[in-house]
Design a protein around this ligand. Structure first.
Ligand code: ZN
Length: 345
């Protein structure tokens, strides 16, 4: 077992980690030393160390760096890292109990900095010149700045998609640029992407699936250790902490994160504020029936989705507070839903 050495050395370097806190048996939380977490908000702490099999891993939910605890120790303090390596060597960790590994051979995953992988030929919005028209369009949405690093410009959507799925678009007639939103799995690998039109091209959204997985956006950014929010739109999800998007998908199937099934108590479904949209009302009814928590926006809310609320002047914190205050479940949700519909009819 190597995890006890990982834990021992994590504690040794913990004075170098700001806001270091033990959150659970094998879960620790602190400010990320790679990105420094939020400079504006000194209380933000989005770096986590968690256990997977016999080893501890680090993951930051702000910059998405994911690595082993060994690499984290090396990054912070090379001297402590040498002691750590020696101790792991001496105990022969990695091998079976009691055996001594012949030479210090440790399999460390290279730190996974935000990998572009199949998007490597594309430029992220953050990489575009500040006066680039695509960047200007995106910046008008007031998305969180960090998120621009993982949203891309694709100049020729059909042509690009054909390089991944041959002949997906048999004709390149009418090819056009789109904003590319990658859907990553928990390991950060892109399994689907949404191309969003900049102009009047239809359809406004085209989602391309590269693997047969549920189209859930944000799996690489959520943790099961905090309450999870589920919204419809990927861009809306970027404004809310620990939030995924399941646009156009079934909100009612079971959701599992990091191999754990998320219970109804640990998840709130937040629909767009569109009481006149019968499709949404149908989905809301189904969600209430499934006994999941649901946010139904107050009558005073005049905007239809989270991005519009931000543009209308609400802060992220205000929106999160409104969601919390307007969350219902089972009977209370049924009553509230009836009123929500009637008032807006
Ligand atoms: Zn970070």
């Amino acid at each position: 077992m190597s995890s006890y050495i990982d834990i021992k050395y994590l504690n040794i370097i913990s004075p170098q980690l700001q806001k270091f806190k033990k959150k659970g048996n094998t879960l620790w939380n602190f400010r990320c030393p790679y990105c420094g977490d939020s400079q504006k908000n000194k209380t933000k702490a989005r770096g986590f160390v968690y256990q997977k099999k016999n080893d501890l891993f680090f993951k930051c939910h702000n910059c998405d760096v994911g690595t082993t605890v060994g690499k984290l120790i090396e990054y912070l303090d090379s001297k402590t890292y040498k002691d750590y390596i020696m101790e792991r060597y001496k105990t022969g960790s990695g091998g079976t109990k009691g055996t001594i590994t012949p030479k210090p051979e440790f399999k460390f995953n290279a730190p996974v900095f935000r990998k572009k992988d199949i998007f490597k030929s594309l430029k992220s919005i953050a990489e575009l010149d500040s006066d680039h028209p695509a960047r200007k369009i995106v910046e008008r949405r007031s998305l969180p700045k960090e998120s621009l690093k993982d949203i891309y410009l694709c100049e020729s959507f059909f042509k690009f998609t054909n390089t991944l799925i041959p002949n997906k678009f048999p004709s390149l007639d009418g090819d056009h640029p789109r904003l590319m939103i990658p859907f990553r799995n928990e390991e950060g690998e892109i399994f689907a992407y949404q191309g969003r039109a900049f102009g009047i091209e239809t359809p406004k959204y085209i989602t391309i699936k590269l693997k047969d997985e549920d189209k859930i956006f944000g799996l690489d950014r959520v943790t099961k250790d905090k309450h999870i929010y589920v919204v419809e739109g990927p861009l809306d999800s970027l404004f809310i902490d620990n939030c995924i998007a399941v646009g156009g998908a079934d909100f009612n199937r079971p959701l599992s994160i990091d191999g754990s099934l998320i219970s109804n108590e640990d998840l709130t479904v937040v629909f767009d504020n569109e009481p006149r949209n019968s499709e949404i009302c149908k989905l809301i009814k189904k969600t209430i029936k499934s006994e999941r928590k649901i946010c139904l926006w107050p009558e005073s809310m005049e905007y239809k989705d989270i991005n519009d609320m931000i543009l209308g002047g609400y802060t992220k914190e205000e929106i999160e507070e409104i969601i919390k205050e307007n969350t219902y479940q089972t009977a209370s949700a049924t009553v509230r839903f009836a009123k929500w519909r009637k008032i807006n009819d």
